[in-house]
Write a protein that binds this ligand. Structure first.
Ligand SMILES: [Zn+2]
Length: 402
């Protein structure tokens, strides 16, 4: 198995047809030809193959005004599955999606911490096998695993290019090692890019340009443009967390000053809380790098419940994110912006309101159209869902594991 599967033109056509059936839920061959721009004979051939492989079936006929009623096609949702995994220092999540893109099982637990890749991947593989077993998903129906983590990455070699989550991960062959543990194809992806692929998968119009802000312990971004996720040279495109909003600001670890992440990320919000001993005590904040996600969750939950002190900290963070989203929108002329990641789990509505306000009051596009912002329907699992969605798109209908 290679680290990156390059789909043939035939596989791409089949993936497109499957996407259209998934989005329409029930669709005729004529409608597929119209929507895809493919010849009727091509659609007939592709659909014949999909039916023979058991991933699509005919489900009755459409009502017709004269002529022969058209036979409708639907997915066999339970015929294929994909696994999505997200791993970073703080958190790990796993989801299993069926062919229709519905979540069959999901779980979240502590991330790698200081552990190296071998130990962390072994734990993940064990959990995946247990989830497949408890969900009743046969191993031979699983098309593969999407593995999402930090950028920068060399996706072709299946390695990470930075010492993240910890030094042992840099250059380690995580894709090859994970494939050997699971006996399944594995594809590596940047976490925020995976999230935007997942969010795109829920929309019907493939031509929309979508931006995504991902907030976990830090801040990242993704853009879906011209029908695909934008990845850049090292799977680290749209690094919105490290655009400078204050050139005289504090020095960031990236070498830039006043980065969005420095001004608005969970570390900054928690740091603000620790300047107020009463607040840290009242909310039971722990402090330190390892507790950042939990401390931020406590603060954002309190803010969402109306506690004015943490609310002020979250409001300040949200205004910076709103400003950065306007820049992202201006750069890519976005149709829509999505907020995803554990950081938006509790106070997502506060962030969404700030982003929507910034877009409607300062985006370049506001004079002639509305740029919509929304919160992911599953902020915590958005990355893992996107990683599994990516695998469904690449590998279905084949489920070959050799
Ligand atoms: Zn930076």
């Amino acid at each position: 198995m290679s680290a990156v599967h390059v789909p043939s033109p035939r596989e791409k056509t089949r993936a497109l047809v499957l996407d259209l059936i998934r989005e329409a839920q029930s669709v005729s061959r004529v409608e597929l030809a119209d929507a895809s721009g493919l010849a009727a004979a091509t659609i007939t051939n592709v659909v014949r193959g999909l039916i023979a492989e058991g991933v699509v079936h005919e489900a009755g006929r459409a009502r017709s005004r004269g002529g022969t009623p058209r036979r409708l096609l639907e997915l066999n949702a339970g015929s294929r599955f994909a696994v999505g995994v997200q791993i970073d220092w703080h958190t790990a999540t796993i989801v299993i999606l069926d062919l229709a893109g519905e979540v069959v099982a999901r779980t979240s637990f502590a991330g790698s911490g200081p552990r190296g890749p071998q130990e962390s991947l072994t734990e993940l593989a064990g959990r995946i096998e247990a989830m497949l077993c408890s969900s009743g998903v046969p191993q031979d129906t699983v098309v593969g695993v999407g593995l999402a983590t930090h950028g920068p990455q060399d996706r072709h070699s299946g390695v990470l290019l930075a010492s993240n989550p910890s030094p042992g991960w840099k250059g380690f062959p995580i894709v090859t090692a994970f494939e050997e543990m699971l006996s399944l194809p594995v594809v590596l992806e940047n976490d925020a890019t995976a999230a935007v692929i997942g969010e795109r998968g829920r929309l019907s119009n493939g031509q929309r340009t979508i931006g995504l802000v991902y907030m976990g312990s830090g801040i990242g971004g993704g853009v879906f443009v011209n029908g695909d996720a934008y990845r850049g040279a090292s799977s680290n495109g749209t690094e919105i967390g490290h655009i400078s909003l204050d050139i005289n600001g504090e020095l960031c670890g990236c070498g830039n000053r006043g980065c969005l992440e420095m001004l608005a990320g969970p570390h900054q919000v928690v740091k603000g809380a620790f300047a107020m001993p009463d607040l840290t005590e009242r909310l039971g904040l722990v402090g330190g790098h390892d507790a950042i996600v939990k401390d931020f969750a406590r603060l954002t939950r309190a803010a969402a419940e109306g506690d004015p002190v943490p609310r002020a900290l979250v409001d300040a963070s949200a205004r910076y994110i709103g400003s950065a989203v306007v820049s992202l929108t201006n750069l890519f002329d976005l149709d829509e912006v999505v907020l995803a990641g554990t950081g938006f789990d509790h106070a997502g509505q506060i962030y969404l309101e700030a982003v929507s306000h910034a877009l409607s009051s300062t985006s370049y596009a506001r004079a002639h159209r509305t740029v919509h912002a929304r919160l992911s329907s599953s902020p915590v699992f958005a990355v893992a869902i996107g990683a599994a969605t990516m695998m469904l798109r690449r590998r279905v209908p084949s489920a070959e594991h050799s």
